[in-house]
Design a protein around this ligand. Structure first.
Ligand code: NAD
Length: 396
C-alpha cells in the first residue's frame, strides 16, 4: 500500500513503516556520534519505550552505554489493510538496529499497568537479563485499569477551581482562537492522579525490588513537566500537575524502598517537545510553536533525542553535580525556563493571531515534528512507493 498521513485533530491514524524506521536510525546515529557514557547503565528497563521521551532514553542507554534494554509499550499491530501505530514500527526498528550492533534487546507489548505485564517482565529479566541497574518510567496514557479493583480510570486534562479562558491553536485549521476550559471535578482530578500519578511507578519498583531483580545502586527515573505561567493553568496547576505532584511523593517512597540495594529514585523535569501525548493537551501546540521559534532563534532548541542525551550525559551519568530543585527533582528544563526564552515567549503570546502565526511562531516546526512522529516528512523516504504495513523493510 501507499501510506499517507491521515490526521484527525491531534492524532494521525496512519504511520509510515519506512519513515518510522528512518526516524529511529537517525536517533541512533546521533547517539553514536556522542561520546559514550563511561559510567552508563548496563541493564535497562524502559517502561513506555516506543516513542516520545521513552524511545530516546532506550536509544541512549543502548547505543551510548552498550546496555541490554528491555522495552515495554502498548502499540497497535498492523493488519493487511491498516498500518500499525508508529511505536510498533519504532520498536521493530530499534530491535533490528540493536541486534545488528550485538546488543541484547527485547520488546514486550501489553498493558504496563497490569500485574501480568509486571510478572512477565520480571520473569524475562530473571531468565535472560540479570539484575537491572536503570528503570526509566516514561508512560503517558489516557486510561489505567487498577489491577487491585479492576476499575478503569480515565484522565481528564482540565484546569482546577475555575474556568480557564485561554488562547489556543486549532492545529488542523492553523487557526488561533480562544476557548473556555471547564474545571475538573474531584472525581476527574482523582482519576487523573490514578492514571498519570506515581502509583504505578511505585508498584513497578516494589515488584522489581520484591523479586530481587534490581542491581546494587539501581536507579529509577520518571519524567515530568512543569513549564511556565503560560501553561500552568492547564498543566502544573491543573489535573495533570496534581498527578505529577504524586510522582514526587512516589519518588520519595521508592527511594526508601531502594535503600537496601543502595538505589535512587528521581523525577526528571524535561522540556516541552512534540509527542503524541503533548499534542493532545490544550494550549500546548500554541505554546510549543512559540517556544520552538524563540529557542531556535536563540540557539537553545533541542530535539527529544538531544534533550534526553543531555539528561543522561550531564545528570544521570555525568561527572558533575546533579541540578536538583527543592523537591530533589533533576532539572533539565533550564533552557526552556530561562528568562531570555520565557520573556520573549510571554511578550509574543498576547500578539499571536491566525494571521501572524507563521511569523511569530514555529507552527511549521511543530507540524513537522508532529508528522515525523508518525514517520512522515523524513528526508530520503519515498512516500510514493508501495510498502508492506507488516514490515519496516522497503519492498524490493
Ligand atoms: P508518548 O505518548 O510519546 O509515549 C508514551 C509511551 O507510553 C509510549 O511508548 C506508549 O506505548 C506507552 N504506553 C502508554 N500506555 C501504556 C500502557 N498501558 N502500557 C504500556 N505502555 C504504554 O508520551 P511522552 O510525551 O513521551 O510522555 C512520556 C513521559 O514524559 C510522561 O510522563 C510525560 O508527562 C513526560 N514529559 C513529556 C513532555 C512532552 O513535552 N512531551 C515534557 C516533559 C515530560
Amino acid at each position: 500500500m501507499i501510506v499517507k498521513p491521515r490526521v484527525r485533530g491531534f492524532i494521525c491514524t496512519t504511520a509510515h513503516p519506512i519513515g518510522c524506521a528512518a526516524n529511529v536510525a537517525e536517533q541512533v546515529r546521533y547517539v553514536r556520534e556522542r561520546p559514550s557514557l563511561s559510567k552508563g547503565p548496563k541493564n535497562v528497563l524502559v517502561i513506555g519505550a516506543s516513542g516520545g521521551y521513552g524511545l530516546p532514553s532506550r536509544i541512549t542507554a543502548a547505543f551510548g552505554s552498550g546496555a541490554a534494554t528491555l522495552g515495554l509499550s502498548f502499540e497497535k499491530p498492523p493488519t493487511d489493510t491498516k498500518t500499525a501505530s508508529a511505536g510498533w514500527y519504532n520498536n521493530r526498528a530499534f530491535d533490528k538496529l540493536a541486534a545488528e550492533a550485538g546488543l541484547w534487546a527485547k520488546t514486550l507489548d501489553g498493558d504496563a499497568f497490569s500485574d501480568e505485564m509486571k510478572a512477565e517482565t520480571i520473569d524475562l529479566i530473571k531468565r535472560e537479563m540479570g539484575p537491572i541497574d536503570l528503570v526509566v518510567y516514561s508512560l503517558a496514557s489516557p486510561v489505567r485499569k487498577d489491577p487491585d479493583t479492576g476499575e478503569l480510570y480515565r484522565s481528564a486534562i482540565k484546569p482546577l477551581g475555575q474556568t480557564f479562558h485561554v488562547k489556543t491553536l486549532n492545529v488542523d485549521k492553523a487557526e488561533v482562537h480562544e476557548v473556555d476550559l471547564e474545571p475538573a471535578n474531584d472525581e476527574e482530578t482523582e482519576a487523573t492522579v490514578k492514571v498519570m500519578g506515581g502509583e504505578d511507578w511505585e508498584r513497578w519498583m516494589n515488584a522489581l525490588a520484591g523479586a530481587g531483580v534490581l542491581a546494587p545502586g539501581c536507579r529509577t527515573v520518571s519524567y515530568t513537566y512543569i513549564g511556565s505561567e503560560l501553561t500552568w493553568p492547564i498543566y502544573w496547576h491543573a489535573t495533570l500537575g496534581k498527578a505529577k505532584e504524586d510522582l514526587d511523593r512516589a519518588a520519595r517512597a521508592i527511594g526508601k524502598r531502594l535503600v537496601d540495594v543502595g538505589g535512587d529514585a528521581k523525577v526528571a523535569v524535561l522540556k516541552c517537545v512534540t509527542t503524541q501525548s503533548s499534542a493532545a493537551i490544550p494550549v500546548v501546540p500554541l505554546y510549543a510553536s512559540l517556544l520552538f521559534k524563540v529557542m531556535k532563534e536563540q540557539g537553545s532548541h533541542e530535539t527529544c533525542m538531544e534533550h534526553v542525551q543531555r539528561l543522561f550525559e550531564t545528570q544521570l551519568y555525568g561527572d558533575g553535580e546533579q541540578r536538583l530543585d527543592e523537591e530533589r527533582r533533576i532539572r533539565v528544563d533550564d533552557r526552556e525556563l530561562s528568562d531570555q526564552v520565557q520573556d520573549e515567549v510571554k511578550q509574543r503570546w498576547p500578539r499571536v493571531t491566525t494571521e501572524n502565526l507563521d511569523e511569530l511562531t514555529d507552527f511549521a516546526g511543530f507540524r513537522y515534528d508532529f508528522l515525523r512522529i508518525f514517520g512522515f516528512g523524513v528526508p530520503g523516504v519515498d512516500y510514493e512507493a508501495e510498502v508492506d504495513p507488516q514490515s519496516i523493510e522497503p519492498l524490493a
